[in-house]
Design a protein around this ligand. Structure first.
Ligand SMILES: NC(=O)c1ccc[n+]([C@@H]2O[C@H](COP(=O)([O-])OP(=O)(O)OC[C@H]3O[C@@H](n4cnc5c(N)ncnc54)[C@H](O)[C@@H]3O)[C@@H](O)[C@H]2O)c1
Ligand SMILES: [Zn+2]
Length: 357
């Protein structure tokens, strides 16, 4: 399977995501001139040896992966550093890290000198199974998460399954959260498959790799038809309005994919209580979603902060919440809902009781 590759068509042409073990060590042989690296500082420490040539090249910016570091106000500093490294038009940015390093690099690639090429070595499960394809960059503006962004596909993606070994259990579950999302969107057969495989994914690298590849194959179908997120790609935001509100309310104390897992469970619950879908769909998905957020089942989520976050979502209309909730058939679909007392009660009930059991 190590030679598997996936081709993606984008508005800037095709690019390929390659699966290859030990691809960091290929960087030892690569021509590093005309390349400027942006590396997660934790990954730099953990993989100091295979990344040695990159880290000592004089064209490497190390950044700690925090939400603050993908805020607009950090960008003048990054640009200064790139300029002092001698970056030129025609150079290529290379991101090594998870979704945060990806968002920073992709945004810089879209804007510096009106556009540079960029290459991505995703190192988190979330980035390998989801964010590495799809062209989006999103950065924060103060407390407003992912407010600014562009559609800037990478030139190449190099996926090394071996680098996942150093991730914490919470980061693995965060990645699984996005994989659950994409499988649910694909329909009941895909969901049943990932639900049945859940425990094996955690201990069998071959099963994990297969699930990552299947996730990217499903996502490819949505982004190739609707790269700019004007229609069917919207459903990939399933669990995200609630998830982002949970991240904001907890000041990012809950990892992204776990907040999304809670968000999907909450979406299923609210849809069931509002009569949009039946109890069956909530009950079918709840055990697996719960397994995936278990380390965070009692994590305090300040409710005012949560409601406040929900009101700021980009998908809202002027007076209604734009949410992706499961429809009658259990498959997520976009709709608009009032934030009335009944809706608020359902959310409150979820945090106080439903998520615990
Ligand atoms: N642009 C997109 O399409 C897109 C899609 C989904 C999420 N995102 C964004 O991505 C971010 C989340 O990304 P993420 O979950 O990849 O997390 P991340 O980049 O924040 O990384 C999570 C943690 O894992 C560490 N880490 C990274 N690789 C490691 C490795 N191999 N071993 C050990 N530790 C490692 C990081 O240092 C960090 O502490 C959020 O800001 C989210 O908004 C963007
Ligand atoms: Zn996400």
């Amino acid at each position: 399977v190590s030679d598997r590759l996936l081709e993606i068509l984008s508005h800037k042409g095709r690019y390929v995501a390659r699966f290859q073990e030990g691809c960091f060590s290929d960087l030892i042989r690569a021509d590093l001139s005309k390349r400027v690296f942006i590396v997660d500082s934790k990954v730099a420490r953990l993989y100091a040896k295979p990344l040695e040539r990159v880290l000592t090249s004089g064209s490497c910016l190390q950044i700690e992966a925090t939400e603050e570091n993908k805020s607009l106000d950090r960008f003048p500093g990054y640009i200064q550093e790139l300029v002092s490294m001698g970056i030129r038009r025609g150079d290529t940015l290379v991101a090594v890290g998870g979704g945060i390093i990806q968002d920073i690099t992709c945004f810089l690639a879209a804007t510096v000198f009106r556009g540079l090429d960029w290459i991505f070595y995703p190192t988190t499960l979330l980035a390998q199974s989801d964010s590495c394809i799809g062209s989006k960059s999103s950065i924060n503006v103060g407390a407003l998460k992912n407010l600014l962004g562009t559609f800037t596909p990478p030139k190449e993606v190099w996926i090394d399954p071996l680098v996942l070994k150093t991730l914490s259990e919470a980061e693995i579950c965060s990645g699984i959260g996005e994989m659950l999302k994409i499988h649910i969107i694909d329909g009941p057969a895909s969901f049943d498959q990932i639900a049945a495989d859940y425990d094996r994914i955690l201990r069998d690298p071959a099963c994990l790799l297969h699930t990552v590849q299947h996730s990217l194959e499903i996502k490819k179908r949505f982004i190739e038809v609707d790269e700019f997120d004007r229609g069917i790609r919207n459903v990939l935001n399933y669990g995200h309005s609630f998830g982002h509100a949970i991240e904001a309310a907890t000041e990012f104390g809950v990892p992204h994919g776990i907040a999304v897992t809670l968000g999907m469970d909450l979406a299923n619950y609210v849809a069931m209580r509002l009569g949009v879908t039946s109890l069956e769909h909530f009950e079918r998905m709840h055990p697996v979603l719960r397994k995936n957020y278990l380390q965070f089942e009692k994590h305090p989520v300040p409710f005012d902060g949560f409601l406040n976050g929900l009101s700021k979502d980009k998908k809202n209309s002027h007076d209604q919440l734009g949410l992706i909730l499961p429809a009658q058939d259990g498959i997520p679909a976009r709709g608009f809902y009032s934030k009335d007392a009944r809706f608020i009660d359902c959310c409150e009930e979820y945090f106080a009781k439903v998520r615990l059991g």
